[in-house]
Design a protein around this ligand. Structure first.
Ligand code: AHR
Length: 632
C-alpha cells in the first residue's frame, strides 16, 4: 500500500486518546550555519560477501569457471551431459592448464557420442542462467583436445523446464594446444527467466580439457568483463561519493596466505589465480583491483583503498619491522598501480592492463578492524605503513582501523552494527567528539533488523543514526553502510541484514536502501542551528542548508507508532515558499519490507506540502521525511 493511504488507516485503527504524540517544536535559524557538511559523507562499502561480485555485481554467468572451490579444485556447479546413448566422464586434471595461474582444468573423456547423442559438460550458473529476450551473450573458454577428431564444440543456453535451446553457438574445432575460443549466443522472442543452464557438448569420441568457461550478458556501459546493469543503476541512484574496497574481512582473509593479494587480481583473466575467501566461497577475482577502480570511475566515486596491513582474522599477524617491509612495499606498489604515471613501473602495468590514465586517491585505509588483533601489534604496524605512505604520497589521508599510540592517524574508522533502539539511544554519539583529533570515518554501520535485507524498523534506526552523522559531518568525513549486496537465493547469504537483494534476474532495494538514497540525494553543505523540543524519544532531526540553491533541507525521523505534529519555526529568512517538496518513506509496521517478489512495498513517495516561516507539519508514524524548503 502506498503511503498516501497511511493516514486514513491509522485514524481508523487507533483509539482517539492514543492518536498522536504531544506536539513538538523545531526552531531553525537559517542565518546560523554551525558546521560544514562533508561533501563525501555518504559512500559505499564493498567486499566479496553474500555473492556480492561472483553471482552478483560482476556479470559473469558461469559459476566456478576455473574449477576451484574454497576447499581446493572441484567441479561444484558442473555436471556431465550424456544425451541419448552418449557415454562420457569428467574429472579435474591437475597436470594441465593454460597458464601458471590456472594450472589445472576439467578433463572431459567421451567414449561414445554422435550427432543427436552429444556428450559434454553442464553449468547451472549462480542459481540459474538468466535469459532475456532478443539479447546477445558473449562467451569464451580455454580448451585443448587430444586430437581434432572430437570435432566442434556446441555451446547452448538450455531452458531447464523444456530442454529447448534458447541460444546456440558453435566453436568449429579444438586445437591440441591450449587456446582461447570466443562465441556469441543470441536469444529470440523468449520469456525472461533464470531457470536455464549452459552446456558445452561434442558429437564425437575423444578427450578435451576446459577452463575459464565464461558467459556474459550485456554489461553496464557495455564494458567487457563488466558489471550487472540493474545493480549498477541501483548504486548510481544512491549518488555515492566514495567506494571503500576491497574489504572488510575479505581484505584480511582467514590466514595470511589467504589475504587479498592484489597483484594476483590484475591483468588477463587467465593470469589471475583466484583465491579462497573468509566468507566460505572461492573468489574468481574477475572483479579485480583495476575493476574496482573502474567501478569508481563509472559511478563518479572516489576510491577509498584499504591495504592489507599484516593481520589476518585467525589471529595471524606480522610484527612491525623488517618482516613487515614486503607488505608495506606491496601497499606502495598498489598505490602506484592506481595513481602512478605510465613512466612508473606499476603505472605502466596499469596502462598495459587497459587503463593508461591514473586514478586519484585521497584516502588509504591501513587494514580492517585491527582491534581484533589480540597481539597488540597494530600501533607498530600502522606506524610503519603511515611513515612509508606519507613519505611517498604526502597528500593521501591515512585511515587507522583502531586507536593507535605513537602516530596520529588522519582519520579513524568506527564500525557500528546495532538494533534500531541502540541507534535511537546513541544519536548524539559524536556531538561531543574532540574537533581537534583525527577525523572520523564510519566505515561500516547498519541497523541489523530484517533478513536477507532490512525492514522499515531498520530503516528508521538507520535514518536516526544518519541525522546524528549529518549533524556531526564536520568531523565525520565519510560514512558507508555495510554490507551492501546480497544474493537472496538459499546459501547466498553469509551476513543477514543487507541493503540490496537480488537473484539471477531481479534486484530490489530494502527500506534501508531508500533511506540511504533519500539522505545522500539531499545532501546540503551546512548544518544549521536547529533545536528540537519534543517529548517523543523516537523523534530525530537534521537541518542543513544549501548555500548555492538557498534551500533548507529538514530531515525528520519518527520511529514511534504514533504520528508526530511539529511546529516548525524558521528565523533569518526573508521568504520561505508556501509549498515545499516532501519525500516520505513510511510503513504501518516496522516489519514492513521489500523482497524479490514484492520489491516496491516500501518506497519513497514525493508530494508537496504547505510551508512558510512558521508552519505545522505532522510526521506519520514509522516514517522518514525530508522537507525541501525553498528560500528563494
Ligand atoms: O560487513 C561484514 C563484516 O563486518 C566485514 O567484513 C567486517 O569488516 C565486519 O566485521
Amino acid at each position: 500500500m502506498r503511503f498516501e493511504k497511511l493516514a486514513a488507516v491509522v485514524l481508523a485503527g487507533l483509539p482517539l486518546l492514543a492518536m498522536a504524540q504531544q506536539p513538538a517544536t523545531l526552531t531553525i535559524d537559517t542565518a546560523r550555519p554551525v558546521a560544514a557538511v562533508s561533501p563525501t559523507l555518504y559512500g559505499l562499502m564493498t567486499e566479496e560477501i553474500n555473492y556480492s561480485y561472483d553471482g552478483g555485481l560482476y556479470a559473469e554467468l558461469v559459476n566456478n569457471r576455473t574449477f576451484q572451490t574454497n576447499r581446493g579444485p572441484g567441479t561444484t556447479d558442473w555436471t556431465i551431459l550424456q544425451n541419448g546413448d552418449a557415454r562420457a566422464t569428467m574429472a579435474i586434471d591437475k597436470t594441465t592448464g593454460p597458464s601458471a595461474a590456472l594450472p589445472l582444468s576439467l578433463k572431459l573423456t567421451v567414449d561414445t557420442a554422435s550427432p543427436g547423442s552429444e556428450a559434454g559438460i553442464v553449468n547451472s550458473g549462480y542459481w540459474g542462467i538468466p535469459v532475456h529476450p532478443a539479447t546477445q551473450y558473449h562467451g569464451s573458454f580455454y580448451a585443448k583436445a587430444d586430437s581434432p577428431n572430437i570435432g566442434a564444440v556446441t555451446v547452448r543456453i538450455v531452458d531447464n523446464n523444456t530442454g529447448a535451446a534458447v541460444g546456440t553457438a558453435t566453436v568449429p574445432a579444438l586445437s591440441t594446444e591450449w587456446k582461447r575460443y570466443e562465441y556469441t549466443l543470441k536469444t529470440g522472442a523468449v520469456a525472461a527467466s533464470s531457470t536455464n543452464h549452459l552446456t558445452l557438448s561434442v558429437q564425437h569420441p575423444g578427450t578435451a580439457w576446459f577452463t575459464l568457461v565464461s558467459l556474459f550478458p550485456p554489461t553496464y556501459q557495455n564494458t567487457p568483463n563488466g558489471n550487472r546493469i540493474d545493480l549498477m543503476e541501483k548504486l548510481a541512484a544512491m549518488h555515492p561519493a566514495f567506494l571503500r574496497f576491497p574489504g572488510g574481512n575479505y581484505l584480511e582473509g582467514d590466514h595470511i596466505n589467504e589475504r587479498y593479494e592484489w597483484k594476483k587480481t590484475i591483468g588477463s583473466l587467465v593470469d589471475r589465480s583466484t583465491h579462497p575467501s573468509p566468507w566460505n566461497y572461492h573468489s574468481s577475482d574477475g572483479l579485480g583491483l583495476l575493476e574496482f577502480f573502474e567501478w569508481c570511475e563509472d559511478l563518479h566515486m572516489q576510491p577509498l583503498l584499504a591495504v592489507y596491513a599484516g593481520y589476518s582474522m585467525r589471529q595471524e599477524h606480522v610484527d612491525a619491522g623488517p618482516g613487515l617491509e614486503p607488505y608495506v612495499q606491496d601497499a606502495l606498489d598498489e598505490i602506484e598501480y592506481a595513481t602512478g604515471s605510465t613512466s612508473t613501473k606499476w603505472g605502466a602495468i596499469r596502462a598495459k592492463d587497459g587503463h593508461p590514465a591514473p586514478f586519484h586517491i585521497n584516502y588509504v585505509e591501513v587494514g580492517n578492524e585491527d582491534w581484533f588483533d589480540k597481539s597488540g601489534s597494530y600501533s607498530g604496524r600502522f606506524a610503519q605503513f603511515y611513515k612509508a605512505i606519507k613519505a611517498a604520497y604526502p597528500d593521501i589521508q591515512i585511515i587507522a582501523t583502531a586507536p593507535v599510540t605513537g602516530t596520529r592517524p588522519d582519520v579513524i574508522d568506527d564500525h557500528f552494527y546495532r538494533s534500531a533502539q541502540q541507534f535511537f539511544d546513541d544519536v548524539h554519539h559524536y556531538d561531543k567528539t574532540d574537533r581537534n583529533g583525527p577525523k572520523i570515518m564510519v566505515g561500516e554501520w547498519a541497523t541489523r533488523e530484517g533478513s536477507p535485507t532490512t525492514n522499515m524498523g531498520a530503516a528508521l534506526g538507520d535514518a536516526a543514526w544518519m541525522t546524528g552523522m549529518e549533524r556531526n559531518s564536520d568531523i565525520i568525513v565519510l560514512a558507508s553502510y555495510a554490507p551492501l549486496l546480497v544474493n537472496v537465493n538459499p546459501g547466498g547469504m553469509q551476513w543477514p541484514s543487507d541493503l540490496i537483494g537480488y537473484d539471477a534476474i531481479h534486484s530490489y532495494g530494502s527500506p534501508s536502501y531508500y533511506a540511504q538514497a533519500m539522505f545522500s540525494t539531499h545532501l546540503a553543505d551546512h548544518v544549521l542551528y536547529a533545536k528540537l523540543d519534543t517529548a517523543n524519544p523516537r523523534l530525530f532531526d537534521s537541518v542543513t542548508s544549501d548555500s548555492k540553491t538557498h534551500h533548507v533541507i529538514v530531515k525528520l525521523v519518527n520511529g514511534s507508532s504514533l504520528p508526530q505534529a511539529i511546529k516548525i519555526q524558521l528565523s533569518g529568512a526573508s521568504h520561505v515558499r508556501s509549498k515545499a517538496t516532501l519525500t516520505t518513506l513510511g510503513a504501518f509496521t516496522t516489519e514492513a519490507t521489500n523482497s524479490i517478489t514484492d520489491p516496491t512495498r516500501v518506497v519513497p513517495v514525493v508530494s508537496s506540502t504547505n510551508a512558510g516561516t512558521t508552519f505545522t507539519h505532522t510526521v506519520p508514524r514509522y516514517s522518514i521525511q525530508i522537507i525541501d524548503l525553498d528560500l528563494n
